[in-house]
Design a protein around this ligand. Sequence first.
Ligand code: S3P
Length: 437
Amino acid sequence: MSEIRVRRIKRIAARMRVPGDKSMSHRAVMLAGLAKGTCRITGFLPSDDCVRTLRAMQALGAEVESTDGDRLEITGIGGDCRQVLETIDCGNSGTSMRLLAGILAGQPFSSRLSGDASLTSRPMARIIKPLTEMGALIKSENGNDRAPLLIQASRLHSVHHHSPVASAQVKSCVLLAGMFAEGGTAVTEPQQSRDHTERMMRHFMLPVRTDGLTTHIQGLSTPAARDFNVPGDFSSAAFWIAAAAALPGARLIVENLGLNPTRTGLMTVLLRMGAQMRENLDSADAIEPFGTIEVRGAPLHGTTVEGPLIANVIDEIPIIAVLGALADGTTVIKDAGELRFKETDRLAAIATNLAAFGVPVNETQDGLLIQGGSPLHGATVDSLGDHRIAMAFAILGLFCSGETRILNTDCIRTSYPGFEEQLAHLHHRRRKRGGSA
Ligand code: S3P
């Protein structure tokens, strides 16, 4: 089992890029795999999670040529999937499982989806329910609303699903199933979640329409072949943005970064905390906006993160909690009960790990209260197999005296291959400029 050791950083002066967006990579590969014709996907994130989706699409009949790790040429199956006899193993990836279930629900054959110990303990009723409403024959093999999921051949019909959770995975599952259903399918969410599926479906010429919090898709539709360039993942850049924002005197530029407004809520949070940063869009009217973020380190103060903003920063809560520990005063996170259903119970994991660093923290039912601003000494903490917990606490280690050890860090490769090298590179730059460890 691998680990990361981190020491205090005194200076950050860097211009960098991060690997491709995870959510967009999953969706690009799914839609290209279903398309009629050949699509070139560049900037694909070759992480464990996205490779699970790629393999599943290959098993369903898509032909994939990889010229390089992040450049794919995919010849789609034109909507006509081939039966997969063996279990589709989604590993640790909730996005693979929930979105693939949408595609598989309307096929004229049965299939079985499973995953690792973390994924098979995450709630699946949120997709079983709408798919069943659409006429799918889908059930949890162990009758506990968890994976493995068994899907039998069925024909889907239109529904209007009102999702009780603001979840892009639920919305996307229903929209993908809607492609194979008769008539029009609609899904309404309580708050705006990331809208990559809608944007990408439009790009692949599918009949999708969004009206406020409701998205409609016209059924029995097949994606056209389109090329797509995946920009850098904002949720990966979030770790470096946070480190630079909290280190007075730091300067950081992140280029070629996805700046979809349903994903960049961390900037709102950081600006409220007193951070100095700005974004420059290279292309505002691209399918997915992208550009550059520039950050200068400054003293931060605590803030409250709650309400509709939570869905926007759903993957950034671990790093926001770390920022709360580094900022003066109290940081409050509310309305974040969904965090209990991620790769691990993230509220519990954050509270345990912050406490190990000596940060005063209270865990509430749907959030955290963090007292920041005290000097911190390094600690040894476990990622609990959760990539974002591992990376967030590695960043906290950059602000501690002594050594910090993050145990169980193999999970980082599910979303961010190369994180450790980029972390070492930040330290290396510092040494080259004359600092000492
Ligand atoms: C994702 C949606 C989010 C997010 C996950 C990726 C996606 O999950 O936490 O990392 O690609 O659709 P929920 O939609 O379940 O909140």
